[in-house]
Every structure is written in C-alpha cells, then in structure tokens.
Design a protein around this ligand. Sequence first.
Ligand code: KIV
Length: 276
Amino acid sequence: MYKQLEERGMTSPPVNVSTLQKMKSDREPIACITAYDASFAKLVDRAGIDLVLVGDSLGMVIQGHDTTVPVTVDHVVYHTKIVSTQLKRSFLVSDLPFMSYSSPEQALDNAVRLMQEGGAMMVKLEGGHNQLSIVEYLAKHDIPVCAHLGLKPQSVHKIGGFKVQGRDKNKVNKMVEEATALQDVGADLVLLECIPNEAGRIITKSLRVPVIGIGAGPSVDGQILVIYDLLGITLGPTPKFVKNFMQDSDSIIDALRRYIKEVKNKAYPASEHCFS
Ligand code: KIV
C-alpha cells in the first residue's frame, strides 16, 4: 500500500509527472528512450533513464514495417506489459497507435487498456488542434497525456514522407499555438519530432509543461531516441539526429550511461544532430 510514499525516501525514487515538471523547473535535462522488451527495459532502467516510451516505432524496429501505421492497440498493450515488469524507477509512457483515438470515447477506452492491462503511466498521441477535445476528455478522466507535434509519423502517407517540419515562420507560430492549446486543455508533456532548433527553442520557452525532443535541437527540456538507433543496431541510413553511442562503448549499459550523461550535460545533441 502506498508504495510510492515508501519509495520517496530512496536516493533515486521512481519518476512521476511531478518529477518531470520539477526537472523542467530545475533545468535538469530529462533523458528518455524507447524500449519494447524485458531485457532492454531492465537495462535502461538500471542505467538511469528517466522516461521509457513504448512507441509505435515498434512497427518499424520490431515488426519490420516501413511505417508505424500497421501497429494496433493490442501490439502496444503486449509490449507495454512486458516493459512494465522490469521498471523500478523510469516513468513509462505508451503510444496510442494509428486510428486508436479518433473519438474521445475511443481514446479513453484505449488509454485505459494501455494503463490497466499494460501498466503505462501516461499515453502519447500525435495531435494538434484536431485532437484538443480528445486530450481534454482524457485529462478530465485523469489520464496523463503526452502530445506529439512536429513530424507525426502516423500521418506519413498524408504528408508524403518523414520530413522536417516547421521550417517557416507561419508553421512555427501554428505549432506554438497548438502546443499551448494542448497544454491548456490538460497535456502534461509535449514531444517534438524533427523540427529546427529555433522552433524547438520557441515552443519550449512558451510552455509550462516539459518538452521532450527527437531531432528538435538542444533547447528542449529532454531528449528521446529509439534504442536501436542509439545502439547502432539499425542498419542503413539513420536520421540526422541519431548518434550511435555504442561506438567507443564497451557494453550496452555503458552506451546507455553515456547517452544519459550526454543528455544531462547537454553534449547531445551537438550541431551535427540538429536541423536549421
Ligand atoms: O514511436 C516512437 O518511438 C516515438 C519516438 C520516435 C519519439 O514516437
């Protein structure tokens, strides 16, 4: 009973939404990573990762698809359940996959599955203005939400590829408006993917809630990478923001610790990992 209270006295108590908010206020960068299985989940947690995402990127890196579109709620529940068994400290976020949140009621049903069956502590959805009523509905039901903006991989067929977003001023202004509106209806976290440094900086400065970036430059409140990219497992060309931390590391845990250290001391991302 009240395990969270007992664990508060620990030197590294479990991360929760208040911890993430405090890290933003204290300007301590938040180190995040994806994981999909028990072995990697245990390693990332023991390495000291703050937040683990069971992302729908599993469609690409686990299932071998070209996009995240084929991923279903059952798939995410399955992987979340496995990952959650291994986490002692890291905060666990899971993706609502393609078309699993097309109405507030559907979003709530699926978020409840990710939390009750999977053990997720927060759900992530890709959205802008069109998702405001959904985020508001989830927040009213006390479901913690992360809103994903910038490059939205679930819209890849609509936007015509995985492309950098927010390269013109109007688009950045629209993203600031959307991020602020999502925060104001109850999003607890914002994730920005593949946008120029300056856009990442402006959006992060505009928000009270923490902002996690992947290819969003150094000014966001935290960084996330897909674990297979970070460990150099992904073959072929990788996005510009990827850094292979296995190079110059003796072991996987060493590479994970180096990633955390470079996020915390802001050595990662360097200019070669950023968009302008
Ligand atoms: O699905 C995923 O893993 C993600 C990350 C790329 C942030 O959304």
